[in-house]
Design a binder for this molecule. Sequence first.
Ligand code: ADP
Length: 393
Amino acid sequence: MKKDVIVLNCGSSSVKFAIINAETGEAGLSGMAESLGNQDASLSYKIDGKKNTLALPEKAGHTEALNAIQSVIAQTGVVPIAIGHRVVHGGEKFKQAALVDETVLAAIEEYASMAPLHNMANLKGITTAQKAYPNLPHVAVFDTSFFQTIPKKAFVYALPMALYKEHGIRRYGFHGTSHKFILDSTAAQLNKSVEDTSIISAHLGNGCSVSAIEKGQAVDTSLGFTPLEGLVMGTRCGDLDPSLPGTLQRKLGKTAEEINDLLNKQSGLLGISELSNDCRTLEEAALNGHEGALLAIEIFCYRLAKYISGYMIAVPTLDAIVFTGGIGENSSLIRETTMGYFKHFGVAIDEQRNLDARFGNAGEISAPSSSTKVLVVPTNEEWVIAAQAAQFA
Ligand code: ADP
């Protein structure tokens, strides 16, 4: 029997969807409804490599989008066995995926206070999809679950403890499905059991995070209470002096929301370069000597190297440093510049292997003499969601 699972990722104005074979990870169909709530709402999808685009009714919302997605799925003749929903915040309650029932829905809503945009959209996606597919198991797969093994010394902020105890203020971590996939994939590649595999994984996409994973368990991660902490990202600032948001509010006469927007949407690679959040654009500009692009890449790699080296103390049995995500899987420049900081740790990148590991080619990029292996492993978050959802079918 084919184990086809519908994977849904509902954002505030978009729905990403795919049909994934839970055993092989193959995507028979994938697509996205965008600009929901706007005049130009549309649905684009790919079946067996062929692209299609449909206009949705003006101001179509999640319900119209999911109806259209349902008819596209029906046309494929696939009989799905479950629906896996990406949910951003699972608080401390969800250490793994959960079959959606009233209690799970209530908890997702409760955690919306910590990730308002994400969790409310995820919730809307689940309840709408439940109406469309009332007979299938709906499974919530949380971005935060993988990090529930992180010890207190890594997740408690140096704030009054009451803030953690009474308000749940702590590091939660995000991108958990990706880091979990990278762990499993690396273990298979190294011919080791997952429980015996230790890595530092760098997920570098528009959002970026590094995780320390010791013997199959997450022990630290760079994203925090929200997905703003840690590395420099496309438009997010990552680590800052915590007094800055207040100072900026006063200096610029802006509201807390406006400063939050500045830190999330106008900072990072975009803010530093004053050019783009897109790493490809920055690399091209850097080649032509664009100072902002050069500086943005330099800061990005330096911060990343600091995090990776910091996590070496959290991963004493380190097997490999692993790069993934759009940047991690494709940018030989970012990998080479970052790993260049590790020469005195005995880590060495093989120039040709690093250049070869791009555009879908992956594998080891370290030199045989390197003290630690460095790998490029393509991520597949949808497969993790499908595989976890299939367990409830
Ligand atoms: P998301 O977090 O939205 O899933 P992706 O994982 O697709 O994002 O990563 C997007 C980032 O990957 C962008 O900064 C993009 O420029 C970068 N990227 C994609 N291909 C390349 C490439 N060939 N060289 C450098 N960067 C790349």
